[in-house]
Design a protein. Structure first.
Length: 250
């Protein structure tokens, strides 16, 4: 099977490429560096020729509200047009758990717009909504930092390892389209501030984590269940302690 991965050289993309190639599939790791650009449309039709599945892992270089919305809308429209021309049978996209429950987060609003374009495209699809990646815990701590204090919400958090995300993406790509949403999350659920505090302690970061119900997550207010699946979800196998142990060994 020919599978094209838009954003195939990124964190999740590179891992997904490896899994699918190991399974014997023809995988195109598409990115602007390889001459495939979903914003300009450059190389899209050539890359998608003969592809049965397209996995969209592209991400905006800017997280500014207007820029990120324009990125996902432009990329999505170009990609769906190229997919229709190529007769692609399954569009898989990675989104975020809680996108539709945090309207004051500009990035989440942009992901909702991306999902709506997918649903309206007429191309069979599966949207994978994931919780936050464990690999981003350091950046999340930095986003809530004020000097030596990190203020974070006590809302529930269920981070997932990138290896587990890639495995789930590959599995969904090889299955029939759901024409709906699949949610994935890490195996452990705990308050946001507690998980980040454990991470900082493990990496020797001396900053103090303070529980603050008013703390924002990239501009969005975090309620108790804003960032975790509300219903059934596929759970990863790598827990936070194991992931941190693996990270230290690398």
């Amino acid at each position: 099977m020919k599978i094209v991965i838009i954003g195939g050289t990124g964190l999740i993309g590179s891992k997904t490429v490896a899994i699918l190639r190991q399974g014997g599939h023809e995988v195109v790791a598409a990115s602007p560096k390889s001459g495939v650009n979903s914003i300009t449309g450059e190389g899209l039709r050539e890359a998608l020729s003969g592809a049965q599945v397209v996995i969209d892992l592209a991400n905006s270089p800017s997280f500014e509200d207007k820029a990120v919305l324009e990125f996902f809308e432009t990329s999505g429209k170009n990609l769906h047009a190229a997919e229709a021309a190529a007769g692609v049978q399954h569009h898989v996209a990675l989104s975020i758990v809680g996108t539709d429950r945090t309207p004051d987060n500009g990035y989440f609003r942009a992901k909702v717009a991306q999902e709506k374009l997918i649903e309206a495209s007429g191309i069979p699809y599966t949207i994978i909504r994931s919780t936050q990646f464990m690999e981003f815990l350091g950046g999340i701590a930095d986003s809530g930092a004020q000097g030596n204090v990190v203020r974070l919400s006590p809302g529930l958090f269920q981070p997932i390892a990138a290896d587990d995300v890639a495995a789930q993406v590959a599995d969904v790509a090889l299955a029939p389209p759901r024409n709906g949403i699949v949610e994935i999350a890490g195996p452990e659920r705990a308050p946001f501030d507690e998980i980040v505090a454990r991470y900082l302690k493990a990496v020797g970061d001396p900053r103090e984590v303070v529980r603050d119900p008013e703390a924002r997550y990239f501009g969005g207010r975090v309620e108790e269940h804003s960032l975790v699946p509300l219903g059934e979800a596929r759970l990863g196998r790598i827990g936070l302690e194991e992931w941190m142990r693996q990270a230290r060994q690398r």
